[in-house]
Ligand binder design. Structure first.
Ligand SMILES: *Cc1c(COP(=O)(O)O)cnc(C)c1O
Length: 390
């Protein structure tokens, strides 16, 4: 059997390695606390589960859905988007449903890239941006996200030759893994850059609703001129604790939405309609559950930041998403630190190098375990590490 050279070149999936390590430690009898994986630990709100239960009994939902999504789902998205961001989207041409935003993110590369073309990808970043490009036989130019620049890429540092060959530019704010926000000025600069070099901006907004201290993130589409150059990826996974349900959407530039819809109509047949009904219930139903979740993550964030500071870290509290991103102490690299913490404390943190070469020197903690276990993990880390130096 011979698989494609693109498949042969793929790096091993980061979390597969971590899961193996957890298994090995558990087999040795260690009570492992995993702060590794960004999967919300609390259940989907009951009114959403109820809507799904009702929808599943309706035979009309037992047939093939459409790739673009039910009109009623896209209308609910448009209403939610207008209320949340003040942006009017046309449900007929500017919104397409996705089987989780990861599906759309990966498929964008197949829609717009080919050998010789290039994708501008943040480093560190969600691995799918780069892997999509590699699977499509294209190249990437990595844009370093540096702490001293607020974890925003410096557009002026992108070589002109790379900008000319680029078709896609990936962004993600609130950012996984750094927790950094983006501001309007940065997004405006991105619009100008995209116009100058004719690149399509792809903003991954998976964490649009997970923000702290009351500072609501912008949609890229709120910025003047963005709809001419950009598409935005949204997900119900993190906003409504629906990671297992697989539903999200892409919205924005109608030509880009059309290309993605045509691609999808050739490889999938859309999201189970009962899941779309549940998503409508999420978007249109009571939003108190979202506020509760923000409060929950913010309290965990504060426990982690305080615990790390007690050990000697000078760590900035993240402004959004569900992660704390912190430098590894002197004498370690990302991988050796993660291994040390697992061996000495039975705690899993994710090595920053798993998110790209500029993630080296950092580690990530996911805020996806309860306060009690979080305190236990930090206490064990303190017992194992003492006071850390940088
Ligand atoms: C979780 C996550 C997603 C994927 O969400 P799904 O909609 O569940 O596929 C996309 N982007 C980032 C940065 C994420 O962390």
């Amino acid at each position: 059997m011979k698989c494609s050279s693109a498949m042969e070149k793929l790096p091993p999936y980061l979390f597969a390695r971590i899961e193996k390590k957890i298994e090995e430690a558990r087999a040795r009898g260690v009570d492992v606390i995993s702060l590794g994986i960004g999967d919300p630990d609390t259940p989907t709100p009951a009114h959403i589960v109820g809507a799904m239960a009702r929808a599943i009994a309706n035979p009309a939902n037992h047939q093939y859905p459409s790739s673009v999504g039910m009109l009623s789902f896209r209308q609910a998205v448009a209403r939610w988007f207008a209320a949340r961001f003040g942006v009017a989207l046309d449900p007929a041409t500017e919104i397409v449903s996705l089987m989780g935003s990861k599906e759309g993110i990966a498929h964008m590369s197949f829609c717009f890239l080919e050998p010789g073309a290039l994708s501008l990808v943040p480093d560190p970043g969600y691995p799918v941006y780069e892997i999509g490009a590699l699977l499509a036989g294209a190249e990437v130019h990595l844009m370093p996200l540096r702490e001293e620049h607020g974890f925003l890429p410096r557009l002026e540092d992108i070589p002109t030759e790379a900008a000319r060959r680029a078709r896609l530019l990936w962004l993600n704010y609130p950012n996984n893994p750094t927790g950094a926000p983006a501001d309007r000025k940065f997004f405006s600069d991105v619009v100008a850059f995209a116009r100058d070099f004719d690149v399509l901006v792809c903003h991954d907004h998976a964490y649009s609703e997970i923000y702290f201290d009351g500072q609501r993130p912008l949609s890229f589409l709120e910025v003047e001129g963005a709809r001419r150059v950009g598409i935005e990826f949204h997900s119900l996974s993190k906003s409504f604790n629906m990671t297992g349900w697989r539903i999200g959407w892409a919205c924005g530039n109608p030509d880009a939405v059309d290309v993605l819809t045509r691609f999808k109509s050739n490889v999938d047949s859309g999201v189970f309609q009962a899941v779309q009904e549940a998503a409508i219930a999420a978007l249109e139903g009571p939003q108190a559950c979202v506020e509760d979740m923000r409060r929950l993550y913010q309290s965990r964030r504060d426990i982690v930041v305080e615990g790390l500071r007690r050990m000697g870290w000078r760590v900035q509290p993240p402004r959004g998403a569900i992660y704390v991103w912190a430098p590894v102490p002197a004498g370690f690299d990302s991988a050796s630190f993660a291994e040390h913490v697992l061996d000495q404390a039975g705690v899993i943190v994710t090595p920053g190098s798993g998110y790209g070469k500029h993630g080296e020197g950092y580690f990530r903690i996911a805020l996806t375990v309860g306060a009690e276990r979080m305190r236990e993990a930090l206490g064990r880390m303190q017992a194992a590490l003492g006071t850390v130096r940088f």
